[in-house]
Design a protein around this ligand. Sequence first.
Ligand code: NAD
Length: 365
Amino acid sequence: MNWEFNLPVKLVFGQGCAENCLQDLKELGTAVLVCDPFLKNKAEAMVGQVPGLVNAIFDDLSPNPDLSEVDRCCALIREKRPSFLIALGGGSAIDLAKAASVISQDRYPARHYHSEGRPLPQKKIPLIAIPTTAGTGSEVTNVSVLSDHEKGIKAPLASPLFFAKMAVIDPLLTLTVPPYTTASTGLDVLAHALEGYWSIHHQPICDAAALQAAKLVFAYLEKAYDHPDNIEAREKMCEASLLAGIAFSHPKTAGSHACSYPLTNHYGLPHGEACAFTLDLFTEINNDARLESLARYCGFLNTLAMTHEIRRLKKYMGMRTSLAEAGIKLEDLDDLVEASMHPNMLNNPVRMDKEKLRALYLRLQ
Ligand code: NAD
């Protein structure tokens, strides 16, 4: 087996490390801060302690960020000419900042790169990523997932230039995440771990990260959901999210993520819930000796027991688990199947064709 591993992101982890690192960032010059609108007050208070660090804040972004939002952020960067960017938020804020850090370096709109094939500029300004959800692992991947709502496309854009210069993971920042988002983002972590592990491109370093990430999710997600103030559970979920980000960084995701894009685009399921929608079924389909050993490592008797636990967790945490709950009509299933045949589906270890995928969705009646 031949493989490579390259993760050029400095990692800083721990309670309080986000505020503590800001003073040191002044060495880099002045930043534009890209932040989730929910966190704007918190962000202003944080950066206010280091006068001159931030010369503008961009918070005009939504979950599943749209290309138009990237364009507006690029306009601000071209105007303010910061020496670096700070992204504070969930995957949406970090992904938008990653794209803007590169796309702002030329004059074209984001759509040219996202769906029209223009090669990305080969320049960037550095990015410091500070995640506030335990979910996407975006702080350690070279992927930016963007939506073109006008064309109905949600798709990842990838480039080595998208790697952050530094990721600062502070579990204290996740204490305010409400239970529903804790559940959805936490299941995204599990999907990254499992899909990175069973992807046909899996490799030893990512496998090790996947095993530990999955084990942590099964041990701590429900605790974080039930007790949002439980800092141990929050910290362990941050650890899981980071490891799961590493787990899929090279193998990429597979079937559940491929299905998640139309489930979000056409039916409005938030990203993590959309990934979880088919995760237990892909766990059954992909069962083999390797997956059995992951299940045992996580404390289960076998893969079937792990599958039941994923299903139980989804229901317990209020995720939609049936076609009807997700608002999917049987007459629309062919379109959903078609849209789910995203290239990541090819990473699934069991080859999926439209017929098999349709049968999988029908099990969710
Ligand atoms: P998000 O960033 O969209 O945030 C979800 C919600 O949580 C928002 O309403 C936000 O305001 C709120 N929120 C965020 N932090 C909070 C906090 N600390 N307290 C209270 N509320 C908070 O959610 P996400 O799941 O982190 O990111 C999803 C996006 O990331 C999707 O577009 C998905 O496709 C993408 N993604 C990217 C990668 C990658 O490698 N780049 C991987 C997986 C997913």
